[in-house]
Ligand binder design. Structure first.
Ligand code: GRF
Length: 215
């Protein structure tokens, strides 16, 4: 049985998708938030999952918060730590401590649009494809090895909200998939730092595109 700790800061819909996936061989040891008003905490508690809050505001600096968070996580001895809308940047020591067992989901097709406001920036840039990426976390913000991506079209009438909704629906598909691969022991890093998914074939991307005009 693989033990997983999920970190959230708000709504927690990705955490919910992972919980609802009922991945066999996975036990969710805890859901931890840096905010006590994170809506997702109620869902986790209702599922009988342990919850905890480590408020970032209670610490003098980021390093101290990182240590407190790490201690809270490590009481559960997790095989995997899942960042699911966790809105704090984690320091190098923290990231190194969980090397190879820390996943994040980012709402863009990385390496495009790292950082915040990805949907707005995608609309401003006029890209025709946007999406979401699950990746291993490294010290480089939103820069670690990519596990799976899903692409969606950017449609002419899209605004930030409707584009975000379309991307989020894909996040809820690919994050449980990536966690399942990890739990099944199928994720490996090759010598170039790229992720290999054993036995997945081309299933490391998902495309949901309307046909081209000429088809
Ligand atoms: C998601 O779009 C995720 O990609 C980003 O923050 C959002 C969190 O949503 N990192 P939720 O809390 O999982 O509903």
């Amino acid at each position: 049985m693989k033990s997983v700790v999920i970190l959230i800061s708000g709504r927690g819909s990705n955490m919910e998708a992972i919980v609802r996936a009922r991945i066999s061989g996975m036990r969710i040891a805890a859901v931890i938030s840096n905010r006590d008003d994170a809506a997702g905490l109620a869902f986790a508690a209702a599922q009988g999952i342990k919850t905890a809050v480590i408020p970032h505001k209670g610490y003098a600096n980021r390093a101290q918060f990182d240590v407190a968070l790490r201690d809270a996580i490590d009481t559960h001895a997790p095989d995997l730590v899942v960042l699911a809308g966790f809105m704090r940047v984690l320091g190098d020591d923290f990231v190194r401590h969980y090397a190879g067992r820390l996943l994040n989901i980012h709402p863009s097709l990385l390496p495009a649009f790292p950082g915040l406001h990805t949907h707005r920036r995608a609309l401003e840039a006029g890209v025709k494809l946007h999406g979401a990426t699950v990746h291993f976390v490294t010290a480089e913000l939103d820069g670690g090895p990519i596990v799976i991506q899903a692409a969606v079209p950017v449609l002419p009438d899209d605004d930030e909200d409707c584009l975000a909704r379309r991307v989020l629906a894909e996040e809820h598909r690919i994050y449980p998939q990536a966690v399942r691969w990890f739990v099944e022991g199928r994720l490996a890093l090759d010598e170039n730092g790229r992720v290999e998914v054993k036995g997945a074939g081309s299933a490391t991307f998902a495309l949901h595109l309307p046909p081209l005009d000429m088809e």
